[in-house]
Design a protein around this ligand. Structure first.
Ligand SMILES: [Zn+2]
Length: 242
């Protein structure tokens, strides 16, 4: 991640601290929180090494009280990416994290439909990075990273075409969170994750719409159920104050 980390550190105004999985597991057990570990494969677009699905699955097996995990496939690898989904399911991982900006793919391009179809068949959740990106921020050309691929509205076609596929939009899609709210109110298979933001920012943007009992468009329980509270280690710590 050389070259990415420096820009992300200045964007999040926090130091990326490298810790062992054992240390991390201890932290989460102390907090009595289950962390979701994410594998990573953006080899085609970035030429950078993967974080293999096997490594994440092994960490989950080693620390079942601290970790659960999502795999990763590189959508630009086509059929090989679809085949890898079976492996992810066999490994016991719960879903797949995709990052349209860093993996350089348009999630609403129907050539990726076989990927979602297989996830739906296997019961794998698809977690998409949405909104802006700390990686590349403040750099010329954003280090070549396109934000338009990560607009939440691109996931609307995915959720509409695969009604039994659980779609999670990470980081609430900022600054396009209003379109994401409309989608989550419209489609029951769209979920909103609020990781990566300090609570003082999410409180201002999100609960006023979804989960606000005074809002006739969303029942409190329904909306709250489909928001996911989380940090985004290592750039935002779990203990960060609001
Ligand atoms: Zn993300």
């Amino acid at each position: 991640m050389q070259g990415y980390i420096e820009a992300a550190e200045s964007y999040f105004r926090s130091k990326v601290v490298r810790r062992s999985l054992d240390d991390l597991a201890r932290d989460y057990m102390e907090l009595d929180v289950l962390a979701v570990l994410l594998a990573w494969d953006a080899e085609t677009a970035t030429g950078r090494p993967r974080v293999p699905n096997e490594l994440v699955a092994q960490a989950c097996r080693d620390h079942p009280q601290a970790f659960t995990g999502f795999g990763s496939v590189d959508p630009l690898k086509g059929d090989r990416a679809v085949d890898e989904l079976d492996r992810i399911s066999e490994l016991g991982l719960k879903g797949v994290k995709l990052h349209p900006s860093l993996q350089a793919f348009a999630p609403d391009d129907e050539k990726h439909w076989p990927l979602y179809e297989r996830c739906e068949e296997l019961g794998l959740i698809v977690l998409f990075h949405t909104g802006t990106s700390g990686i590349g921020a403040g750099q010329p050309g954003g280090q070549g990273i396109r934000l338009d691929y990560a607009r939440p509205i691109r996931l609307d076609a995915v959720a509409a075409s695969f009604p039994n596929l659980k779609v999670i939009a990470a980081h609430f899609g900022y600054p396009w969170h209003t379109e994401l709210l409309a989608m989550a109110l419209h489609k029951t298979n769209i979920y909103i994750d609020i990781s990566g933001w300090a609570p003082r920012y999410t409180a201002a943007a999100m609960p006023r719409r979804i989960g606000d009992p005074g809002d006739p468009r969303a029942s409190a329980s329904e909306g709250a159920d489909r928001q996911r509270q989380a940090a985004a280690r290592p750039v935002v710590t779990t203990r960060q104050p609001g």
